[in-house]
Design a protein around this ligand. Structure first.
Ligand code: G3P
Length: 219
């Protein structure tokens, strides 16, 4: 399973890279708004840090013609950029066109299995179902991942399911079992993934017992 970090924070990405667990990053306008500065330069810096891993960057235009131009401009920032486009009916022709032109796409704000089916049929690289936001409205985000994985497997689509809007380590566990190819994880969750109180307690107990031997150097 691929792990992406759901952030645009360079320092957090540099630290996460050192863990060896990181396969890419997903940014969005909210994340970028928290960083400020020269956004294009920040994206180039992140893309270079993580190369050749994928860096998702979302379009900010609304009109399909403007999005088409902007998508190409965003893709040209670095070779490992994936352009994020919302799963919106008016954008279908432009999504289709961009796929045929070889622009790697991550379809974001995706909330249903049929939306995912349509996007996989168009051969986009990633679809991003938003788990937490579905749960916010009492819908089952994990079941959606199960359904999407079945659809992708039955029809042998190459589209990868990138579980997004994850709010807990339990979400990471659940989307892994449900068959998501990738999970994009917020920084605070990524940092907690290896935490377990029994690991900490066990280490402390072993250390205490070892100290009773009074050995200065071992071996
Ligand atoms: O990857 C999408 C994510 O950033 C949205 O998360 O918690 O705002 O629903 P959230």
């Amino acid at each position: 399973m691929k792990f992406f970090l759901d952030t645009a924070n360079y320092k957090a990405l540099a630290e996460a890279k050192e863990t060896g667990l990181l396969d890419g990053v997903t940014t969005n306008p909210t994340h970028l708004s928290k960083e400020g500065g020269n956004v294009s330069e920040l994206i180039k810096k992140i893309a270079s840090l993580l190369s050749p891993c994928d860096v998702s960057v979302e379009i900010t235009e609304k009109d399909p013609c403007a999005i088409y131009t902007q998508a190409h401009e965003i893709a040209a920032l670095a070779p490992n950029i994936v352009v994020k486009v919302p799963c919106f009916p008016e954008y279908l022709p432009l999504i289709n066109k961009l796929v045929h032109e070889g622009v790697p796409l991550n379809i974001t704000l995706l909330f249903s299995a049929v939306q995912g089916l349509c996007m996989a049929k168009l051969q986009v690289k990633y679809i991003s179902p938003f788990i937490g936001r579905l749960e916010d409205i009492d819908s089952d985000g994990i079941e959606l991942i199960h359904d999407l994985r079945q659809i992708v497997d039955i029809y042998a689509y190459e589209t990868q399911i990138l579980a997004a809007s994850l709010r807990s380590t339990l979400h990471v566990h659940e989307v892994a079992l449900a068959g998501a190819h990738c999970a994009t994880i917020p920084v605070n969750i990524f940092q907690k993934m290896l935490d377990h109180p029994l690991t900490t307690k066990g280490m402390s107990l072993f250390d205490h017992d070892w100290q009773t031997l009074g050995i200065k150097k071992f071996p």
